[in-house]
Design a protein around this ligand. Structure first.
Ligand SMILES: Nc1ncnc2c1ncn2[C@@H]1O[C@H](COP(=O)(O)OP(=O)(O)OP(=O)(O)O)[C@@H](O)[C@H]1O
Length: 247
């Protein structure tokens, strides 16, 4: 059974159809990398999976549960999913530790000491325990993004979603965040990663999925989709990426 199963998903903003009958399944422990031109719907898809958007039609199943059913508790679903965006969204007036313990304490009612222990263990995982008492402004962009990842990991999610997590970083800081994602993969985390980093897609993806106009146009191994794309639109997209020096 797939950990995540999406069938015929449709999402519009007004008359603007963004996702058109999009279907995609992600197996447990799989790393699925989404590529596609700006506006092809990658972020919208991730936001729908995290229930940040209501969908117009279709099905999203997480561990066999239809999470688009209006009767499901969205907070409960979101505690099983971690999502990390391009922007770090850390609270500047809270320490690293308090940023991480905030949701467990306020949303999930975890006792303070337990939340602290969990947060410190998660900071260990991302190599930042020694910065627990620092404020976000005193960290590099790469470290802030690792804290954001720690904040998502603290609930022990079964699925992690990453939306262009290196786009806001200076080039020399991209590596440490991508290394984090590689570590998560080696731990067996199931991940869906929207990225423009084709080199990263090639290295970590189990499958690459090319989105075009809100549909999955092509899907396969990184070697196949990036190396021998079947669809003309995929070929054109990769040609542009190569011309921009990003492959
Ligand atoms: N809240 C919104 N209201 C209206 N239109 C939106 C909204 N969010 C996204 N869109 C539109 O949906 C389309 C798809 O956007 P989306 O961000 O999902 O694409 P993307 O593939 O992630 O692009 P990028 O690579 O630039 O992040 C775009 O045309 C965008 O303008």
């Amino acid at each position: 059974m797939s950990l995540l199963n999406i069938e015929n998903l449709r999402k519009s903003y007004g008359h603007n159809v963004i996702l058109r009958d999009l279907s995609l399944d992600v197996a447990e422990h799989e790393v699925m990398v989404l590529i596609g031109a700006s506006g092809s719907g990658k972020s919208t898809l991730l936001r729908c999976v995290d229930l940040l958007e209501t969908v117009d039609d279709g099905l999203i199943e997480l561990q066999g549960q239809d999470i688009t059913d209006p009767r499901v508790n969205a907070d409960q679903v979101r505690s099983r999913i971690g999502i990390v965006f391009q922007s770090f969204n850390l609270f500047p007036h809270l320490t690293v530790l308090d940023n991480i313990t905030l949701a467990p304490r306020k949303v999930h009612r975890v006792p303070a000491e337990q939340a602290r222990e969990r947060a410190l263990a998660t900071l260990d995982r991302v190599g930042l325990r020694h910065r627990a008492d620092a404020y976000p402004d005193h960290l590099s962009g790469g470290q802030q993004q690792r804290v954001t990842i720690a904040r998502s990991l603290v609930n022990d999610p079964v699925l992690m979603l990453f939306d262009e997590v290196t786009s806001a970083l200076d080039p020399e800081l991209v590596g440490e965040v991508l290394a984090m994602l590689r570590d998560l993969k080696s731990e067996g985390m199931t991940m869906v990663v929207a990225t423009h980093e084709m080199g990263f897609a090639r290295q970590v993806a189990d499958e690459v999925c090319f989105l075009d106009g809100g549909r999955v146009l092509e899907r396969g191994s990184p070697g196949q989709v990036l190396g021998e794309p079947r669809q003309e639109r995929t070929q054109q997209f990769l040609k542009r990426i190569i011309e921009a020096g990003r492959l």
